[in-house]
Design a protein around this ligand. Structure first.
Ligand SMILES: Cc1cc2nc3c(=O)[nH]c(=O)nc-3n(C[C@H](O)[C@H](O)[C@H](O)COP(=O)(O)OP(=O)(O)OC[C@H]3O[C@@H](n4cnc5c(N)ncnc54)[C@H](O)[C@@H]3O)c2cc1C
Length: 295
């Protein structure tokens, strides 16, 4: 195990923003995770679990603890006639896994085509798009809790719109120490025609490409309020194209903030505050963050 000191975190995020981690380690097995957690405990360090870094904003001051980048990536299939169960480790890419399974004729995760990030990050935030989400595709997960691997049925993850029990723990101010770590997930799949599957994936990919603004981002910054869309509200508040420093509220989709190059987390946080203030003043609606702020 290598523990890097003062490792810049921006390159590990889709926003390309954020200061350094005091310590940083990449882990490729459960035993390495356990070892790294013990190492952090001995030094009384906070721990942040990093997946693909596509749903977080790391502050310019970085993270004063150990950042653990999850790189476990094995995929195993249990086939039973025309049905299958895919056991996927949490560091595997969500979209890459969906594509790989579809190429073998297994349907169930096509909605995730083009979704950035890892299986672990997707479970943490109940990622979803194009008619599917983790909550409806997942059968169970394996989670490391206080050094012990537990098998959790889907109900235990208490999924809601872009949230889970794990994300809620963090939102409630949960400790950066001893947080549960997702190790693997089991998804239900069914056999489908290869051509039909490829066409479905291509349609999703095309739709995603046509809607996603260019540039480094974190996807949607805010959750959609009930019955409305955060992007529509921010656009109605006249904020499309607004820039602070090197960050910009995207012209193509107002719920995206783009790093135009060299943006600081402070630039993004000020745009977040501005969008919240204007939308609140205009509609009385309080926008809730979908992304997580780290550090
Ligand atoms: C261009 C773009 C488009 C996007 N489109 C969508 C979309 O359509 N739908 C959608 O839902 N999201 C979308 N997102 C957001 C993002 O892709 C998802 O939220 C993704 O699932 C995050 O996964 P990640 O691995 O990058 O998580 P990270 O950003 O690394 O982490 C997010 C959270 O998950 C936690 N976490 C990560 N791995 C684990 C683990 N193994 N155990 C415990 N906790 C863990 C982290 O600690 C953190 O709290 C988009 C992002 C971008 C950049």
């Amino acid at each position: 195990m290598r523990y890097l000191e003062n490792e810049p975190l921006a390159p590990y995020t889709s926003w390309r923003i954020g200061g350094p981690a005091r310590f940083f380690a990449q882990v490729t097995s459960v035993s390495e995770i356990v070892q790294a957690l013990a190492w952090a405990n001995q030094r009384d360090l906070a721990v942040f679990v990093l997946g693909g870094g596509s749903n977080i904003l790391i502050r310019d001051t970085g993270f004063d603890g150990l950042v653990l980048r999850i790189r476990l990536q094995n995929v195993r299939l249990e086939v039973n006639g025309d049905e299958a169960r895919a056991m996927v480790e949490s560091g595997a890419p969500m979209a890459g896994t969906a594509r790989r399974l579809a190429r073998q004729g297994w349907a169930g995760l096509e909605w995730a085509e083009g979704l950035p990030g890892t299986i672990g990050g997707a479970l943490h935030g109940n990622a979803g798009c194009y008619g599917g989400d983790i909550a409806t595709s997942l059968e169970r997960a394996w989670v490391l809790v206080h050094g012990e691997t537990q098998e959790w049925p889907v109900e235990r993850l208490a999924f809601g719109y872009r949230t889970s029990v794990l994300k809620q723990m963090r939102a409630d101010g949960g400790s950066w120490r001893n947080q549960p770590i997702i190790l693997a997930a089991a998804f239900r799949l069914y056999r489908d025609d290869l051509t039909t599957l490829a066409q479905r994936m291509e349609r999703t990919s095309h739709e995603r490409r046509s809607k996603t603004p260019w540039g480094a981002s974190c996807g949607s910054v805010f959750k959609n309020p009930p019955g409305d869309s955060a992007g529509r509200l921010i656009e109605a508040a006249g904020l499309k194209g607004t820039r602070i420093g090197n960050a910009e509220i995207a012209v193509r989709h107002a719920n995206y903030i783009i790093n135009l190059g060299g943006a600081s987390s402070d630039d993004v946080l000020r745009l977040i505050d501005l969008a919240r203030e204007r939308v609140l003043a205009m509609t009385g609606i309080e926008l809730e963050l979908e992304i997580q702020i780290v550090g």
